[in-house]
Structure formats: C-alpha cells, structure tokens
Design a protein around this ligand. Structure first.
Ligand SMILES: NC(=O)c1ccc[n+]([C@@H]2O[C@H](COP(=O)([O-])OP(=O)(O)OC[C@H]3O[C@@H](n4cnc5c(N)ncnc54)[C@H](OP(=O)(O)O)[C@@H]3O)[C@@H](O)[C@H]2O)c1
Length: 265
C-alpha cells in the first residue's frame, strides 16, 4: 500500500479526522506534497515546505474561489506531475430543532459540507483526469436515514454519499477513482462544535480519528467505491437501511434527541 500519489489536497486538516488523514497520507506517501484548506493551520504545517496551508473559510464563496485559483495555479506549477489525491473532509453539524437555528447557519453548513465539496471536486477534476488520481469524500453514517435534530447535517451527508457514488460510476474506466467514506461516531471536536451535550458518544461505540483515517485509506487503496468504518457502524447502518423510511426516521429521531444538553428535554 502507498506510493501512489505525488500530491494530496485535504480540506479541514486542522483537527480531527482530517488531521489524522494528513498524518496517515504522509506515512504512506512520504514524497507527496500536501495542501490543506481550512481556517486554522494544522499544527504540523508551520515549518515544512512540503506542507502548504491555504487559509480559507470554505463557507465564503468569494474566498473559496480565490483560494481555488491559487491552489490550481500552485499545482500546475509544481514539479510533481504524478497522481493527485483530493480529500473533501471539512464539515460540521448543527444540533437541535431545525427552527431553533437561523437560516444563515443552515446555509453555512450547506456551503461547507456540500457546495465546497462539489466546487473543489469540479475545479480539480481536469487536473486529476490529466494526471490520474482519486477523490475521497467524507460522508457519515448519518447519510443512511433522515436525522431529526441534525436534519440539515444528515441531509448534507446523504448528498455527499449519493453524489460521490454517482460520480464514481461516471468515472468508471477513467484514471480517476471516487470513494465515499461513512464514519460513525468519532472522538473529535465535531460534537462540541455541533452543540451536543458532553457525553454524547458511548465509549465502546466510537472510534479515534486515527482508526477512521486508517480504515478510509485502506478502502481507498483497495479501490472500494464506499466504506462504512468499523463493524458496529456497518451493522447499524445496514439495520437502519432495512427499516421502512418512516420508521427509520422515527428511530433516528429517538436516538439523536437523547443527546440534548438539557436531559429534561
Ligand atoms: N466526528 C464524527 O463523529 C464524525 C462522524 C461522521 C462523519 N464525520 C465527518 O468527518 C469530517 C471531519 O469532522 P471531524 O469529526 O474531524 O470534526 P472536527 O474535528 O470538528 O474537524 C472539522 C474540520 O472541518 C474544518 N471546517 C469546518 N468548517 C469550516 C469552514 N467554514 N471552512 C474551512 N474549514 C472548515 C475545520 O477546520 P477549521 O475550524 O480550522 O476551519 C476542521 O479542520 C466532517 O465532514 C464530519 O461531518 C465526523
């Protein structure tokens, strides 16, 4: 495994799963240059010329477009001409009743989780087709059912899953591979940022980000089209998927509602 990509681009490498993907990729591909797009700089990026941080609020269309121009220019000018790996990982959730959050928050989520992912992929696809490569999009097990109290997040991840699978099918036989990764609960900043209560993930039912990045990259190098990380998440997703849609929605709502900050709600 490894030594396949000359260059890797990742969004949201400043923490959590994205940060672990950066470290895993640099072990597997020691010669590859790395580009990260997020608001904060990943800790390991400050003093390494092969690790380039492009500061960007991916929710901001104008800023995103400027940074993408810069990214495409830098890649085109880079002496490395081999295959490219694009990892669309940046994302966040908002927890609570849909009406509890202003429309602008839902739209910000869609910009980061959906629009940035589509724009980055489409801007970079010509280069990937020319040089070969892969697109790895981080979806979620939330993609397998409507997720009351995480409504916009779950729907955004259903988009990521379906869009990536469709893209992968269209790219069949080309030099570009696409994979959707569906992690289950993972110990990162995600839950705090989304506004969950502290003890949201039962200890035995969550992964470390390093485990998720290892499973995601295993699946990528095996050229899978999608993967759910971990046996328990695979079983839970399959179970959910087999339920009628209305029941699936109700069960998901019951489970997610339990994580309100106020236990009396
Ligand atoms: N943790 C879980 O249980 C879980 C489960 C399934 C799927 N996922 C997915 O995994 C991905 C990574 O999440 P994580 O769990 O690692 O959470 P995390 O630790 O909160 O990391 C989220 C990353 O996304 C970036 N990001 C968020 N908003 C951004 C914006 N407006 N502009 C640029 N970058 C932005 C953050 O960078 P900055 O803050 O520096 O901008 C950060 O690097 C997400 O797509 C998430 O939906 C997570």
């Amino acid at each position: 495994m490894g030594s396949k990509y000359d260059l890797a681009i990742i969004t949201g490498g400043s923490s959590g799963i994205g940060n672990s993907i950066i470290e895993s990729v640099s072990k597997l591909e020691p010669d590859a240059s790395l580009f990260n797009l997020s608001r904060r700089i990943p800790a390991s990026f400050s003093n390494d010329p092969k690790r380039v941080h492009l500061e960007c609020d991916l929710a901001d269309r104008a800023a995103r477009s400027t940074v993408l121009d810069e990214l495409v220019r830098r890649i085109s000018e880079s002496p490395q001409k081999g295959p490219i790996l694009l990892v669309n990982n940046a994302g966040f959730g908002i927890y609570g009743d849909v009406v509890q959050h202003p429309p602008a928050e839902h739209l910000e989520l869609l910009e980061v989780n959906v629009c940035a992912l589509v724009e980055l992929t489409l801007r970079l696809l010509p280069l990937l087709k020319e040089r070969g490569g892969a697109v790895m999009n981080i979806a979620s097990t939330s993609a397998f059912q409507p997720t009351p109290y995480l409504a916009t997040y779950g729907a955004s991840k259903a988009f990521v899953l379906n869009w990536t699978l469709a893209l992968g099918e269209e790219l069949k036989g080309s030099s570009v591979h696409a994979i959707a990764v569906c992690p289950g609960p993972t110990k990162t900043e995600f839950f705090q940022r989304a506004g969950f209560s502290k003890r949201v993930v039962p200890a035995g039912y969550s992964h470390q980000p390093e485990e998720v990045s290892r499973m995601a990259l295993d699946a990528l190098y095996r050229r899978q089209r999608f993967t759910v990380t971990g046996a328990l998440n695979k079983a839970a997703s399959l179970f959910s998927y087999l339920l009628p849609l209305a029941l699936r929605t109700r069960v998901a709502g019951r489970v997610i509602r339990r994580f309100r900050p106020n236990p009396n709600n």
